[in-house]
Design a protein around this ligand. Structure first.
Ligand code: NAD
Length: 468
């Protein structure tokens, strides 16, 4: 029998200010700072995930129709591995760092960097990877010694309730809390003063958050949207490119910020590329994609209608797929040939299982289009020779990039993840998660006995320039 998950309920707005005050008092008490405390909380989060694995699985199924393997790889194990990695490395990350390359006289001041927790943080998650996008940053906050309020996405209500259960049952309630809700609750949270706001989601809401944060000069980490190009040159391994990019769109039914939003394929290999996509489609889903347990659903009707509108309004030609079922928020993995770079399928983020493909004359044209559509995408995918993929990397700036594949750069737990320009600000994962909630404080200590050596600095300055 499937495990039971509590109905989604919003946290009472009246409790938000007292909760934040409680967490801030805990931070002031120094409780969250010792290494042992941080390690203990990370361990508890790890076991909270283990103990509630069936609820995590069920909530992802109910909210997103997520296949079990995807839940294990991209949610459960992802978060568990991040807690283990942080726990193993935390003592080293927390260590003071001596100032490099300094003369002996400066060494006497013991100049170094202390790693200071910033204070109480707000973490706002998105719906597409409900656990990893919320608990990932939380792991960073815990590691850094910061209390935090987690605001999971209401777009995945079952996951939000399970996350509340895990955090409340596993972690120190004086330091960690989950607030569930929608815009009013998030707005109430944003009215509080935070040491850092960590937000994952779309750029429209990011602007609201950045404006609000600016009022109190609160630092933000913004993990934003895609519009990521994939480029397939005529020298690429076409079969591999087709398989890897098809999978890159099928995962989580295309609801991945780093999935390729559109593909620019050299005209010469375009027909072969489409044929290989058809072959891969049959191989991945031998009994059809709709009935496959390995293909997810769109999170909700609002998102379903948004993606459907994009397909309906596109002038592109559907080459593969196109089926939709509103009752189950099902959108088939759909390949569309698009002949206009102003088509909304190329210009806007689909955040769904759409693969618009635009045939190009050559790599020059592909690079020009990629830079025209969006100068700072979150991710970039290049398939071709080494010289060609080097050109792609050199000439298109992006948050991250995988060459000859989808996603890989974001799956390496020790590589930082983040956007650039309007795809985001700041980064996390691995050590970067710790750093994003840490202030690197420069500290020196001047020994009293140095006073005679240092007295040259005091006025009157007359005649001292030559001595200095
Ligand atoms: P969403 O609907 O889950 O919203 C994200 C969060 O914003 C939620 O917690 C929600 O409560 C909050 N929110 C919504 N309206 C708000 C408002 N008016 N004021 C304050 N908070 C508000 O998810 P979404 O934003 O639709 O997510 C999809 C977008 O996120 C896509 O653009 C995707 O590319 C991006 N994304 C980026 C990353 C990344 O790591 N860079 C990861 C996942 C998703």
């Amino acid at each position: 029998m499937a495990p039971k998950i509590a109905e989604f309920t919003s946290t009472s707005i009246d409790t938000i200010a007292p909760t934040v005050a409680r967490l801030q008092a805990t931070f002031a008490s120094q409780k969250t700072k010792p290494l042992e405390y941080r390690l203990q909380q990370l361990r508890k989060l790890y076991w909270g995930l283990v103990d509630n694995a069936d609820l995590v699985m069920e909530s992802c199924r109910l909210d997103l129709g997520k296949p079990e393997l995807e839940v294990v790889l991209t949610e459960l194990d992802w978060c568990k591995n991040d807690t283990v990695f942080a726990s193993k490395n935390l003592a080293v990350w927390m260590k003071d760092e001596k100032a490099p390359d300094i003369p002996l006289t400066n060494k006497l001041l013991a100049p170094h960097i202390r790693k200071e927790p910033l204070g109480t943080a707000l973490i706002i998650g998105a719906y597409n990877f409900p656990y990893n996008l919320a608990l990932g940053p939380l792991i960073g906050a815990i590691a850094a010694g910061c209390p935090a309020v987690l605001k999971p996405s209401e777009g995945t209500p079952y996951c939000a309730m399970v996350m509340k259960k895990i955090v409340e049952e596993s972690l120190d309630p004086d330091a960690y809390a989950v607030v569930n809700g929608e815009i009013p609750e998030t707005t109430a949270l944003l009215n509080e003063k935070w040491a850092k706001i960590f937000y994952t989601g779309n750029d429209r809401v990011a602007r609201i958050i950045a404006k609000k944060a600016a009022e109190t000069l609160t630092p933000v980490c913004l993990e934003l949207g895609g519009r990521n190009p994939a480029i397939v040159t005529k020298h690429a391994d076409i079969r591999l490119a087709a398989r890897r990019l098809l999978w890159g769109k099928a995962l989580n039914a295309g609801q991945v910020c780093i999935s390729h939003n559109y593909t620019l394929v050299d005209k010469e290999v375009f027909p072969r590329y489409i044929e290989e996509l058809k072959v891969a489609m049959k191989e991945f889903y031998p009994n059809g994609i709709k009935s496959s347990p390995d293909f997810g659903r769109i999170a909700n009707n609002r998102q379903f209608l948004r993606i459907k509108k994009m397909v309906d309004e596109s002038k592109g030609k559907i080459l593969i797929g196109g089926e939709m079922d509103e009752a189950t928020n099902y959108i088939e993995l759909t390949v569309v040939q698009v002949d206009d770079i102003n088509d909304s399928m190329i210009k806007d983020e689909s955040f769904g299982p759409l693969m618009p493909i635009y045939p190009v004359e050559n790599l020059d044209e592909a690079i020009r289009i990629a830079n025209t559509v969006h100068s700072t995408p979150l991710a970039l995918y290049g398939f071709g020779t080494k010289a060609e993929t080097n050109r792609i990397l050199n000439e298109i700036l992006s948050g991250g990039a995988s060459i000859n594949d989808s996603f890989f750069h974001a799956s390496i737990p020790t590589l930082q993840f983040g956007g650039v320009g309007d795809s985001g600000e700041g980064a996390y994962r691995g050590r970067a998660s710790f750093e994003t909630f840490t202030h690197r404080r420069a500290v020196t200590t001047t020994p009293n006995w140095m006073e005679s050596l240092l007295s040259i600095r005091y006025p009157p300055y007359l005649g001292k320039v030559k001595q200095a």
